[in-house]
Design a protein around this ligand. Structure first.
Ligand code: SF4
Length: 94
């Protein structure tokens, strides 16, 4: 593995996941972290520049420096459809 790849992996320590089918569109996430969360025309939120999964969930790898803000967004979600996974351990932080 090249040094660059290692650097990139170290940077994206976490992955945010959005259970979009169960999002109720309250917009709390987009208010707290607008660089990462945006409201869509169908009334639900989207993770900005995320990978869309076939089951309707969205995923985005994030750097450690962006963890706290996205954790705050996840904590604000009234239906707990925002999850954060530690990519190293596979543990679900929230
Ligand atoms: S806070 Fe939760 S329910 Fe509200 S828009 Fe964001 S993901 Fe959807």
């Amino acid at each position: 593995m090249s040094e660059q790849q290692t650097d990139q992996q170290a940077k994206t320590k976490f992955q945010i996941q959005h259970d979009r089918p169960n999002c109720i569109g309250c917009a709390a996430c987009a208010a707290i972290a607008p660089d990462f969360w945006t409201m869509s025309e169908d009334g639900k939120s989207d993770i900005v520049a995320s990978k869309k999964r076939e089951d309707g969930w969205e995923e985005l790898d994030i750097e450690e420096k962006n963890f706290a803000l996205n954790k705050e967004a996840a904590d604000s979600c009234p239906v707990n459809v925002i999850h954060i996974v530690d990519k190293e351990t596979g543990d679900k932080v929230i």
